[in-house]
Design a protein around this ligand. Structure first.
Ligand code: ADP
Ligand code: TRP
Length: 324
């Protein structure tokens, strides 16, 4: 039985890129009966950048609702908010802080990048990787599925846990990252990587009209309607081929190459596929967004289950530290 754990920042409604690139693959892993999956909302990490309580709450709900909508089984697995178990996470973080060499944090790419970009360079940004290490070892995770950008954070988690073990004995499980190098980068409406930060994303949970509007905003070139078009360079075609059935993709390719088929037609077809494909997900997402108590019940249940594991690790750690 392997323990698989991942954290998701409370950064707003997950978009098509997040869903295809991270959420659906992680859900697939969690469906393997050999695995115990831990999925949590890293809302303490989000505090390094989000300073508004209402936004924090809304984002947390949207992230949780999206995972449930995409099929994450919160009963079989562990589904919780980091902030509701903050006592354990931050206590362990402190112990790990006292093992973490200062230069390891000072040289972290993401800290350097954020401290160059952001006006608010707070200590939370600096110690961010130590909290992440605590999140992971608190639940004895063996594998941590993350995007490529998290590789260094995962190396640091493992190194910090190993330093702790060298000092106090083999108490913590050393985690390994699971990075799928084959995951494609899903393009946004402007053709660059779809991202919340670039405002080029498609939110598949939107209602019909705004979804169609978002799809209509996808870039295209000025090839006239009657002329053939290149499916291999067109963003609408790329997105279509990520979500449609093989036969529909083939038909669309033929239409592009034949001419007489405009980008407007292609966008309408992409809208129709997205509208139908994510119908159930949209319904469940909206259900949880409108029914706060139902969402709360799922999370509370997950938090109670996670607490038992966190408590056991903290006790083991306190024991080796001489605090019991
Ligand atoms: P964003 O860029 O929108 O802020 P995050 O950095 O929060 O997204 O990414 C969350 C997860 O979604 C990561 O695992 C990341 O690899 C994945 N992801 C984000 N954008 C894309 C994309 N355009 N294509 C594929 N995967 C993506
Ligand atoms: N830093 C991760 C991100 O921005 C989120 C995160 C926090 C995380 N704690 C974690 C990911 C523990 C994996 C494991 O995406």
């Amino acid at each position: 039985m392997a323990r698989i754990l991942t954290g998701i920042q409370a950064s707003g409604v997950p978009h098509l890129g997040n869903i295809l690139g991270a959420i659906l693959p992680a859900i697939k892993l969690s469906q393997n009966p050999q695995n115990d999956s831990f999925l949590f909302i890293a809302d303490l990490h989000s505090m390094t950048t989000i300073k508004d309580a209402k936004i924090m709450q809304e984002n947390t709900r949207a992230v949780a609702a999206a995972w449930l909508a995409c099929g994450f089984d919160a009963e079989k697995n562990f589904f919780y908010r980091q902030s509701r178990l903050a006592g354990y996470h931050t206590e362990l973080m402190w112990y790990l802080n006292c093992q973490t060499p200062y230069p390891m944090l000072a040289n972290a790419h993401s800290f350097k990048d954020k401290s160059d970009r952001l006006s608010d360079v707070n200590a939370g940004l600096f110690t961010y990787p130590v909290l992440q290490a605590a999140d992971i070892v608190l639940y004895g995770a063996n594998f941590v599925p993350v995007g490529k950008d998290q590789r260094q954070h995962l190396e640091m988690s493992k190194d910090i846990a190993a330093i702790f073990n060298r000092t106090y004995g083999e108490v913590l499980t050393l985690p390994e990252p699971l990075i799928d190098e084959t995951v494609m980068v899903i393009p946004g409406t402007d053709g660059t990587k779809m991202s919340k930060s670039y405002n080029n994303y498609i939110n598949i949970f939107l209602a019909e009209k705004p979804l169609l509007k978002a799809i209509k905003s996808i870039v295209s070139d000025s090839t006239p309607l009657e002329e053939p078009k290149n499916p291999n360079t067109d963003v609408t075609f790329k997105l279509f081929s990520l979500v449609a059935e093989p036969i529909e993709i083939e038909e669309m390719r033929i239409n592009y190459l034949a001419g007489g088929f405009g980008y407007g037609h292609a966008k309408q077809a992409l809208f129709e596929v997205l509208w139908k494909k994510f119908e159930k997900e949209r319904e469940i997402f909206n259900y949880y967004m409108a029914n706060e108590e139902a969402l709360e019940a799922k999370l509370k249940h997950g938090e109670a289950k996670a607490r038992e594991i966190a408590e056991k690790t903290i006790n083991d750690v306190r024991g080796v530290l001489g605090y019991l």
